[in-house]
Structures are given as structure tokens and as C-alpha cells.
Ligand binder design. Sequence first.
Ligand code: TXA
Ligand code: MG
Length: 318
Amino acid sequence: MQTHILSPDRTGLARAAAFLAEGQLVAFPTETVYGLGGDARNDLAVARIFEAKGRPRFNPLIVHVASVEIAKTYVEWSDEADRLASAFWPGPLTLVLPLKPGTGLSPLVTADLPTLAIRVPEHPVARALLEGFGGPVAAPSANPSGRISPTRAAHVATGLSGRIAGIVDGGECDVGLESTILGLSGSGQSGPATLLRPGGLPSEAIEAALGRELTIHKGGDPLTAPGQMSSHYAPGAAMRLGATELREGELLLGFGPVDAAMNLSPAGDLTEAAANLFGHLHALDAMAPAVIAVSPIPDHGLGRAINDRLRRAAAPRP
Ligand code: TXA
Ligand code: MG
């Protein structure tokens, strides 16, 4: 299959929307990372997503829609969902809510779970594509399963060329980390608000908007704790975290004022570090060191999400 590189103009977006309508896959930029999009109502398209990524089937996908109004047609809405959507959508927050019956979504999207992960992305190219296509787009990060998430079209091409119909090149992603995933119960219930995956929206901001603390999901069943599979973000090299000195055979991924092969943020800025994380890991991995050593990263705000990704990249490989 030839993978077409499309520009984010009218012609390119029209072609991308046409591919989606045919059940083909198109990678596109969001503010977090590039997504690998397919029509969420089309089983074959969704199956192609798992196939192209080589992703385990039980890992459900996030559905991307153009507006809050459309999101409400797929999931049971609640006051808290409304507060979060007003505060943070469009943006790097995914809400997991009870799936409404009869939505026409492919069950492959939810891996048959009674809940659906849904978000309204902010990136203008993602928004233009969703509006042009006019339907829900299932989109995991556009990388082969277990590899680093892509923050540039070139990363997508390296991992998925020849396996998908198109890539809309919208430049570099601003946030550079996947969306924060929050689980909420449906209307009229006062269940916990559960942080299922730290990500581009700091959990502190969500707690402030809700006026209550989040329950932090720790490990457990991959069906109820998707995205928690241990070596999900692994580069080819081994990883050593919290490195304060460099050993033989290592390249340093630095943070702060250190002498490093690549530095996430010489100034020690966590937002800059998040935006650089996957790009720098890709670049270091391409240098094929035995080990990528990583400077300690403060564990607050976006640092929590960065450390979550780094721990997974460092986890023992299956
Ligand atoms: O920023 C992002 O979220 C990117 C862009 C493309 O939007 N997408 C992304 O998708 O990171 P993906 O598939 O790589 O990660 C989706 C995560 C997975 O860990 C999945 O298991 C979890 O969301 N998930 C999906 N549906 C779920 C559900 N019903 N309950 C709990 N977790 C769910
Ligand atoms: Mg992913």
C-alpha cells in the first residue's frame, strides 16, 4: 500500500476525509500526539487500526469528535462531565463515560466494554478533518504497538509507512504527551473520578475544576486499566532512570543544566520537557546506544506523566 503524505490544506484534508469514508486509515496531528484515525462506526476500519499497529485487541480506543454536543450523543453525560468539558474541551483530556446504547459505534472500538473513551481535540487540523469527515474517528497514537508515540509526521512514516492510506502532515505536536484519561460514572451517580492515565492535562487542573480529589488507578486488570500494560512505550535501547552520572555505553537524556546527548529542557521546564519527550527518545534510539540513561524528573504536574511514560519505556520487555 502506498502511504500518501497529505498537506493540511483543503485538498489534503478532503483526500484524508475521503480515505476515512472508504474505511481507510489516516494519521493526523492532534495537540497531544499524532493519531491513527479510522471511522469508529466501521468494524473493518477499526480492525485495520489494530492490524496496522499490531496492537492487542483488548486495548480499547479513544473516539474523537468535533464538539461537546456530538460527544453527548455517544455517552451518558453528567454535571461533572459538563464542568470538565466546558473547562478543558477542546483539549488534551479524554473522558471515559458509560456508552449509550445504539450509537452505531463498532464494538471493536470499546473492546466490548460498557464505557467509551471520548475527546474533542483542539488541533486545527484535527478539527478540520473531523468536520470534513462528519463522523466519529477512532484514533490511538499513530505508532506500532509498544513503540514511542509520534509527535511529527516523520515519526508516523517511520513506523507505519506502507500500512496506512495517508498521513496529514501538520508539523510538530505542541503538548507532546497523550491526553489525560479520566473515568467518571454516569448521570445521577456520585462515583469516584478516576485518573486512568496521566497525560497532557495536569491532574491538579482537573481536581481544581471538580473541587474534589481524583482516585488514582494503580495497575490491575488491563481491561479496566487499559494503557497500563507495562512495556507500552519501549524504545529499542534499555533505559536507566534517575541517572545522576553516566556509565559506559550510555547516552544521557538530560533534564536541567546537565551535559547530555539530548536534553528535554536545559532550563528545567516540564512543559518543554513533555513536548520534547517522544521526539528526543526517537532521536536517541536512532543512535542505537546500549542504554538510554535519563536524568531525574520532578514528579509533579506534567512531570508525573513524563515519569509514567519513562517507567513504561524502562519496564522489562515481554
Ligand atoms: O492524546 C491521545 O489520547 C492520543 C491522541 C491520538 O488522541 N490517543 C491515544 O490513544 O493516546 P491510545 O489508543 O494510544 O490510548 C488510549 C488509551 C488506552 O490506554 C486505552 O486502553 C484507554 O485509552 N481506553 C480506551 N477506552 C477506554 C475505556 N473504555 N476505559 C478505560 N480506558 C480506555
Ligand atoms: Mg498509544
